[in-house]
Design a protein. Structure first.
Length: 666
């Protein structure tokens, strides 16, 4: 018999292997936990047993999941999205459960008529299945939408609103399902008592609980002990979960309330950081135990049933959500995308299904086929989302037409522009850049995915249009081939890499400046072709240092020089500036400047290396090198020069003139 340590090591090893495999395949870790649970479970390799102790520990994963959901519960956000959340979201969950009940009664009647035998699943089980089917995977969908920059899109807002209501709907379902396990004669009484207890408990906790929670967390925080703060969080979460369980409700409901109470305090973000490791590890254990429940033998024996249970709910949910979204005013393409993004099963579906099975509402023979179809639908979800544009274009001609109109709008705005700047993202940084460009009479066109921001900025006369800068048609419509530069003004390395790839493939001579949070991704972005990468952390530290030096008495001219030298050391293209007609003052002539030199076909230096030119001997350095028809690259001593190459030189006027003469000599 395996020791406790051996069991823990087995679970940890399985979890690590599952997460690594999913990361390699770019799938959510949740799917890895489910698959390894199937493999090590009693129905496959039988390496681990689904013991009561493991199940109890895994249930804490659900507790912390509900705590995080409560922590993210935001009344202002809910109020601003109420039309989607309580309109589309409520309709989707309600119609799904009612539709499942109707389907259950229809199947039961048909089964009795054909076989003259009683249908084995009670209607309470159909409610549990309906609740499970109504859930979609917040973890999968939000992650993929974030990567695809779709959270602020028309369909992204609808999808997020429905997911938010589904998370909220779990709370009453956690109260309802245990009550459904009561005998038929006591059902109404049990439901009434459960709802009354939940209402009283929630009222007591929410009316005075927020004030007590803020006072208590402040008291703990003043002790300045991270260990004490984390222990206190565990006490609050598990304590309220214990309280609701002893009130005849569920552990998860108490954790949700705890999260809501903490969310209204100023310690919310610190709590999110501290609780995340417990949440992730225990939730992973929960999904492993779910996978262990899956018996693949009946799945293989009854594969037609599994196929039907996978395909039919997926299609039915897609059609239902798309139809409801259309009924609530969404355009056809937006409605279809909303349906595709929400068609799969979700993590809370497993929670509800497990709770229903533990209460005897879902027969054991249904568990494996239903679990299998839920896992398969979640596995299919990333592929549906990735190929959603292609699917929608095939199903909706009007969506293709609307995309064409959007691209035409971008092209019409950009058609008269040349040597302009394409600003990718029109948030605070993008708008600040636009304000600096406008007085210099430098044209720009900004692409942004927030329709409200685009509408307001366009109404104010600013050159901004709705479009995804990470898509080639949008960039080309914005005049990429004629642009002087492209600026990625938002923090998203994956999107920036995509934009760099598109620019490198279709307009390699156009320089790209990328904004990042810190230095972590500079090498990747530079290797992908970024002309310059500007990390916010570096700029913030320079400004902080400048203010600190000035306040401690360092003369302002010395502060400016120190900051300028630091920038020169960090950004190669800022080591000087390109000379203009208005730069001939005595002071300016003494400063380093930049000069671009393009090598002609007859230059003597062609085929030689940069080291052979010995430009440093005359006081000139090469800060950038643009290959003929290629991207800007970092200069290296061993690089050989070719016709059409452009060298960006840095130095004072006289040495620059000597260097230019040397390079252009025939």
């Amino acid at each position: 018999m395996a020791t406790t340590l051996e069991v823990i090591l087995l679970y940890l090893c399985a979890a690590v292997l599952g997460v690594v495999a999913c990361r390699l395949l770019k799938l959510p870790p949740m799917l890895g936990y489910l698959v390894v649970g199937v493999l090590i479970g009693p129905n496959a390799l039988a390496l681990a047993k689904d013991t009561a102790g493991v199940r109890d520990l895994a249930e804490f994963g659900v507790v912390f999941l509900m705590f995080v959901i409560g922590l993210e519960f935001n009344l202002p956000k809910l109020r601003s999205m109420r039309a989607v959340v309580f309109g589309l979201g409520l309709s989707q969950v309600g119609v799904t459960i009612i539709g499942t009940l109707i389907g259950h009664f229809a199947l039961a009647a048909g089964y009795v008529w054909l076989t003259s035998r009683a249908w084995q699943m009670p209607w309470q089980g159909a409610v549990v299945l309906g609740g499970a089917i109504a859930m979609s995977s917040t973890a999968i969908v939000v992650k993929l939408m974030s990567e695809r920059l779709e959270l602020d899109s028309e369909h992204g807002r609808r999808v997020f609103g429905v997911l938010l209501f589904q998370d909220l709907a779990v709370v009453p379902l956690l109260v309802l399902i245990p009550a459904l396990g009561s005998p038929a004669r006591e059902l109404i009484e049990s439901l009434g008592w459960a709802l009354l207890k939940a209402a009283v408990l929630l009222a007591l906790l929410l009316v005075g609980g927020q004030r007590v929670m803020r006072w208590w967390l402040t008291l703990v925080a003043r002790r300045r002990s991270e260990e004490l703060f984390i222990l206190n969080l565990l006490l609050i979460t598990l304590g309220l979960a214990w309280l609701t369980e002893h009130a005849g409700l569920s552990l998860a409901l108490g954790a949700f309330v705890a999260g809501m109470l903490v969310a209204e305090t100023e310690y919310k973000h610190q709590v999110e950081t501290d609780i995340r490791p417990f949440h992730d590890v225990l939730l992973g254990l929960f999904f492993i135990t779910i996978g262990m429940k899956l018996d693949w033998h009946p799945v293989i024996e009854h594969w037609p049933l599994v196929l039907v249970l996978t395909v039919f709910p997926l299609l039915a949910k897609f059609v239902l959500v798309a139809a409801l979204a259309r009924a609530y005013g969404a355009a056809p393409g937006v409605a279809l995308r909303t349906g595709l993004y929400l068609a799969q099963a979700g993590e809370f579906g497993f929670v509800l299904l497990t709770l229903g099975a533990d209460r005897g509402l879902v027969d054991a023979q249904w568990m494996s086929p239903v679990l299998a179809c839920m896992v398969i639908s979640m596995l299919a979800s990333p592929f549906l989302i990735i190929h959603s544009n292609r699917i929608v274009n095939r199903l909706s001609a009007s969506d293709w037409l609307m995309q064409s109109v959007a691209l035409t709008t971008i092209a019409r705005r950009a058609i008269a522009t040349e040597s302009h700047v394409i600003i990718c993202g029109y948030g605070r940084s993008g708008q600040s850049l636009a304000r600096l460009l406008a007085p210099q009479r430098i044209q720009y066109i900004a692409l942004d995915l927030d329709p409200d921001r685009v509408r307001q900025a366009a109404a104010a006369g600013q050159s901004v249009v709705f479009g995804d800068a990470a898509r080639l048609p949008s960039l080309m419509a914005a005049g990429l081939a004629r642009a002087a530069a492209v600026v990625v003004s938002y923090h998203d390395t994956a999107s920036a890499l995509k934009i760099l790839s598109l620019v490198h493939s279709h307009a390699p001579k156009v320089p790209v400046i990328v904004r990042t949070v810190d230095d972590a991704d500079i090498d990747r972005l530079k290797a992908a072709g970024a002309t310059e990468v500007v990390p916010d952390a570096v700029e913030g530290s320079l400004m902080l240092a400048g203010h600190a030096l000035a306040l401690v008495g360092v003369p302002m001219n010395r502060v400016i020089r120190i900051i300028r030298d630091a920038r020169d050391a960090r950004y190669s293209l800022l080591r000087g500036y390109f000379h203009g007609a208005d730069d001939d003052t005595v002071e300016e002539l003494a400063q380093a400047r930049l000069r671009s030199v393009t090598l002609p076909d007859a230059a003597r230096c062609l085929g030689q290396t940069l080291a052979d030119q010995a430009l440093h001997a005359v006081g000139v350095s090469v800060v950038a090198l643009r290959r003929a028809g290629g991207p800007v690259i970092q200069p290296a001593e061993g690089q050989r020069l070719a016709a059409g190459d452009t060298l960006v030189l840095s130095g004072r006027p006289e040495p620059l003139a000597l260097a230019e003469e040397k390079l252009l000599r025939g």
